[in-house]
Design a protein around this ligand. Structure first.
Ligand SMILES: Cc1ncc(C[n+]2csc(CCOP(=O)(O)OP(=O)(O)O)c2C)c(N)n1
Length: 358
């Protein structure tokens, strides 16, 4: 017998959960001036998150999927993508979307069911949030294929959850990405849960990263709560893709600190103790600890950041709350070139009754 294939999955972490450096930092992280914007963005993300949940709880938004504890992934990705790269996101990487120009107001409108929000004011090329689990990696393949044909060294970045990697369409997508050597980076937020289903219940694979090996390209694991590791690994993968080196799968290990969504109650399937232990590993305090140790962050700066983040979020919330609802009849817009008679009748009825009908 001989061995015809062998593989290894590297794991990268720069800051441990206390904020101590565990290996030499990449170039960008040597200057704390490059790290404070990442810190600010994570705090803004978390402030937004808390407000979004409060809006839902007080009946002013439909439902919401929180990114609590996962902020480093979105922020790390957003901060290193080129402006003309394309983000193909699922629904927890708000940090990446905000960095790339999507407004908080638009995310709030999205979760209140207003599809107009997907026509982002300041971001015209990224795809909207995809809630259909496992569907959008195939869309990302299409996007990356188009980028490759255009030949401008642009890259598509697709974010998804661990649960999505158990779907058949995910395997189709990585297979196509591999065989076509596409400029595509998959970032899987392994937050340990697909709603109430734990990692071990949905896959026997030791890592998600190794799923890429079957598709013929590299997979790696990183500490997804270490924003330096996220930014560094995504940077490497983007550079590789721009050089024609094809796709990469990055499995970012994290933990979902929130309920799955506001429609879920995670206390039914995980203990208080488990959750409280995880607070020691979340991404914001470790970077703050590091910056404080380097004397690059003060109490005054922290207070100002908290105040400013609250003001930024509140302004967006006010705009969200002041956005007039869509006319009910608009649900028929863009459905058909020529609306079938049955729908046309319903549309006319709604137009007659106006918003007062709902
Ligand atoms: C095709 C499809 N099936 C089922 C669902 C219901 N659903 C919503 S989120 C979710 C779990 C997703 O888990 P994961 O991919 O790990 O992402 P996470 O929510 O943990 O970020 C499921 C099954 C869905 N949205 N789409």
């Amino acid at each position: 017998m001989s061995i015809i294939a062998n593989f290894q999955i590297p794991y990268t972490q720069f800051l441990d959960h206390t904020g101590d450096v565990v290996q030499p930092l990449p170039e960008f992280a040597l200057d704390c001036e490059n790290l404070t914007p990442l810190y600010r963005a994570m705090v803004e993300n978390r402030t937004f998150d808390a407000k979004a949940i409060a809006l839902q709880r007080t009946g002013r938004m439909g439902t919401y999927a929180s990114s609590l504890g996962q902020e480093a992934i979105g922020v790390g990705i957003g901060s290193i993508m080129r402006e003309d790269d394309i983000l193909v996101p699922s629904y927890r990487e708000y940090g990446a979307q905000f960095w790339r120009g999507v407004r908080m107001k638009e995310i709030l409108l999205y979760w209140s069911g207003d599809e107009r929000s997907n026509n982002f004011e300041n971001q015209k090329t990224d795809l909207p949030i995809c809630v259909t689990i496992g569907a959008h990696p195939a869309h990302a393949v299409g996007v990356a294929y188009a980028l490759k044909l255009r030949g401008k060294n642009q890259v598509a970045v697709c974010t998804l959850g661990d649960g999505a990697t158990s779907k058949g369409d995910f395997y189709e997508a990585i297979n196509a990405a591999g065989v076509w050597n596409l400029p595509l980076v998959f970032v899987v937020s392994n937050n340990q849960f697909a709603i109430s289903i734990r990692y071990e219940q949905q896959t026997a694979a030791k890592t998600i990263a190794q799923k890429a090996i079957a598709a013929g390209f590299a997979g790696e694991q990183i500490d997804g709560n270490d924003v330096i590791a996220v930014r560094h690994s995504v940077d490497q993968a983007l550079q590789k893709a721009r050089r024609g080196g094809g796709p990469t799968l990055i499995e970012a290990i994290t933990y979902r600190m929130s309920d799955h969504t506001t429609a879920d109650d995670a206390s039914r399937y995980r203990s208080k103790e488990e959750l409280s232990e995880q607070w020691a590993y979340e991404p914001i305090s470790r970077l703050r600890n590091y910056l404080i140790k380097k004397e690059a962050w003060t109490k005054d700066e922290e207070d100002t950041l908290i105040k400013n983040s609250a003001a930024i979020v509140q302004e967006e919330v006010d705009e969200y709350l002041n956005t007039p609802p869509r006319e009910p009849s608009s649900m028929f817009d863009h459905l058909y070139e020529n609306l079938p008679a049955a729908y046309a009748e319903q549309q006319a009825e709604l137009m007659e009754k106006g918003s007062a009908h709902v």
